[in-house]
Structure formats: structure tokens, C-alpha cells
Design a protein around this ligand. Structure first.
Ligand code: SF4
Length: 156
């Protein structure tokens, strides 16, 4: 997946763009580059990985499953602040940084739970944070009823 995304991003950003720029090249400071980071530069590539999750996984109540020729086992988790934090709490990651290698570490650990579809856990991890049910600092009111508490390092 790293190689595929890297080739896609390089190919997209190196297209001939002379209708927009006389040099024919996309400038280095073009805002378009913000939306197309490259894993070989260490980026987590969250948006690209999330788009792939939507297109490859499923179909189920969350993802569309339209691209059947790609295996869900090849997906990489779309790493955001919520997934990174909760993954640390649960021992899926040992790092506090956002980087492609951290996305891969979490994905590899999720494969121990389901090697064919490791990214099915992304929605649950992410929404535990988005909903506010998992606080950024341990909070007994919220953590006491949490079913993950026995394995959460905040309470170990
Ligand atoms: S026990 Fe608390 S900090 Fe740990 S995962 Fe649950 S809600 Fe989050």
C-alpha cells in the first residue's frame, strides 16, 4: 500500500499542468500538495487511507466496498488524533508521534485480531474519541463504565 500510494501521489502531482501554470509543473508551494501527502515522506496520509477504507471495505453499514479488486487486508488505518491516542491507551501503538510507520504499527497489531479485515476497527476507535466517551485525560465518570478499562494503560 505504501508503494501504491506513493506512485499515485507522484503521478498525480507530476502531471502536465500548463493550462494553469506556464512552466507546466505544479509549484512546490501549491495548496494542492497539502491534500496529497506522500507516505515516503513519513506522512500518515489520513485522507487517502480513509478514502481507501470507504472504497475497499464492506459493503456494510459504514463502508461502500466498491473496489473489490483490492483486499481489505492491504489497507492501512487512517491515523488521526483520536485513533492515535486510543491506540496508545490500548497498547496498539507505542509512539506519541503521527507518522506512516505508526499507522503501520497499529494496523499490524489490529491484524492480530483480524488479519483479513484489520481496518474494521477504525470506526469504533475513532468514534470513541469523537463522541467524547474516551476523554483525553482519565476521568472516572467516563472511564468506569468503559468496557476497555481492564486493558487501558491509563488504569493499568
Ligand atoms: S478506560 Fe477511559 S481512557 Fe481508557 S479507553 Fe476507556 S474511556 Fe478511554
Amino acid at each position: 500500500m505504501e508503494r501504491a500510494l506513493s506512485l499515485f501521489v507522484d503521478g498525480f502531482l507530476n502531471q502536465e499542468v500548463s493550462p494553469f501554470y506556464p512552466s507546466g509543473l505544479l509549484p512546490q508551494d501549491s495548496p494542492v500538495r497539502f491534500f496529497l501527502p506522500n507516505p515516503k515522506d513519513g506522512s500518515t496520509c489520513k485522507r487517502l487511507n480513509l478514502f481507501l477504507r470507504w472504497m475497499v471495505r464492506g459493503p456494510d453499514t459504514i463502508d461502500l466496498g466498491l473496489w473489490r479488486e483490492v483486499s481489505p487486508s492491504d489497507l492501512i488505518i487512517p491515523l488521526d488524533t483520536h485513533v492515535a491516542r486510543i491506540s496508545r491507551y490500548l497498547g496498539l501503538s507505542s509512539s506519541i508521534t503521527y507518522a506512516w510507520k505508526v499507522s503501520c504499527e497499529i494496523t499490524q497489531n489490529l491484524k492480530r485480531l483480524d488479519s483479513r479485515d484489520p481496518i474494521k476497527y477504525d470506526f469504533a476507535l475513532c468514534h470513541l474519541g469523537i463522541s467524547g466517551d474516551c476523554p483525553s485525560r482519565p476521568d472516572l465518570d467516563k472511564c468506569e463504565p468503559c468496557m476497555l478499562r481492564p486493558i487501558c494503560c491509563c488504569w493499568a
